[in-house]
Write a protein that binds this ligand. Structure first.
Ligand code: DP6
Length: 364
């Protein structure tokens, strides 16, 4: 059994149980089956399945120093991209306070967290998934140092649990490849409490998949995810949606194994359109797509039909389009982006991303 605490000690030279720092870089993820609707303590109404990315990530360093005198308060300073950030500091301090029951050691230290993203600020890319995943792993690192007895699988599972409490989709960013968060009918492995890597084999076609993130707008969303999830409580289509997501997840597991590209494309696009359909059918309904979003989706479908090249679009809770394609079609897809899609992107911006291996621990 690989002991993660030992790994931390080896990698962290100067660190001790009194003082040190832990750094993790954690990627964002793109959901193929969407999480939309939650209850209780950040529990999903349906399973979601995502592909972990590699280029879009957050690097977080947790500096810790034992307090001279113990108290029951979180002592935190937070820096985002080199600047002290009161807004983030408040949000993270309240998050840390909320997990104190399970992680009481957090109030034994003065904590300083420094975080930065590899993707440009205001690119419209959700950073909560990569940010909470990186932070959860840092917290588990500290736990590993203090207890000296935490095994690798447990560490990742608890990190995913912790990340979920910060932001649901963050639970899935703790692992690389394809990940599932949420109970799946008839399968014991998957849980509402934390995400797990997809357990079945992945067909060669899906092992090196790419995601071109086409930035239609980098502005902040009009409706935040949490408000959007809350609107599902009264959405008249909610129950049918949760059932559809369950069916899609079970089928997607088979698709990823068999390599059925046509069905992959159908499910992924239906999920994206359903997500936005749910937003529009909420009360009040809201529209996050822009004209350019629809234009890009049309062009992607047209390219697929006329050229017989397997490409699919998906959307987050925003106007940007994720263009998913197998590595084998890269040359043609790059031409499509340059010739037909780039002028529809804000300032011609896009991020060249792909499936990734998951978070990395790196201490200088
Ligand atoms: C549309 O994870 O951002 O991206 O749990 O409130 O932080 P909170 O929500 P969040 O919701 C993500 C919604 C989504 C779909 C998905 O990633 O599954």
């Amino acid at each position: 059994m690989c002991n993660l605490a030992t790994q931390f000690y080896l990698k962290m030279g100067q660190n001790s149980i009194y003082q040190g720092n832990i750094s993790w870089q954690s990627p964002s993820n793109i959901a193929l089956i969407k999480y939309w609707g939650k209850h209780g303590m950040q529990l999903p109404h349906n399973p979601s399945l995502s592909m972990t990315l590699s280029a879009s990530s957050t690097k977080t360093t947790l500096y810790y120093k034992k307090k001279q005198r113990a108290d029951k308060n979180i002592d935190l300073t937070f820096y985002f991209e080199g600047q002290a950030s009161e807004v983030f500091e408040k949000r993270i301090a309240s998050y840390l306070s909320s997990i104190l029951k399970e992680f009481p050691f957090l109030c034994d230290f003065q904590l300083r967290i420094e975080s930065s993203n590899t993707f440009p600020h205001s690119s419209g890319i959700a950073s909560s998934a990569s940010a909470f995943s990186a932070m959860a792993l840092c917290i588990m690192g500290l736990k590993g140092i203090i207890t000296g007895s935490i095994n690798r699988d447990e560490c990742y599972q608890q990190a995913s649990y912790l990340a979920r409490l910060g932001s649901g989709s963050a639970a899935r960013s703790v692992y690389g490849g394809y990940t599932i968060w949420g109970e799946v009918k008839g399968m014991e492995t998957y849980s509402d409490l934390y995400a797990c890597p997809v357990q079945s084999d992945i067909h060669l076609e899906f092992q090196s998949f790419n995601d071109a993130i086409l930035i239609v707008s980098g502005k902040n969303k009009k409706v935040g995810s949490s408000a959007g999830h809350a609107l599902m409580e009264k959405n008249p289509f909610a129950q049918a949606r949760y059932q559809q997501a369950m069916d899609h997840t079970i089928e997607m597991l088979k698709v990823l194994k068999s390599g059925n590209m046509n069905r992959f494309i159908e499910i992924v696009e239906q999920e994206a359109l359903t997500l936005h359909g749910l937003m529009m059918s909420s009360e009040p309904g809201f529209i996050l797509m822009k004209q350019e979003t629809i234009d890009i989706m049309d062009r992607i479908r047209n390219f697929r039909e006329t050229r017989q090249i397997p490409v699919a679009f998906t959307l987050d809770a925003g106007p940007n389009v994720h263009l998913l394609y197998p590595a084998s079609s890269r040359k043609e897809v790059l031409r499509l982006i340059n010739e037909e899609l780039l002028h529809l992107c804000e300032k011609g911006r896009w991020i060249d991303d792909a499936i990734g291996n998951g978070p990395e621990l790196f201490n200088e």
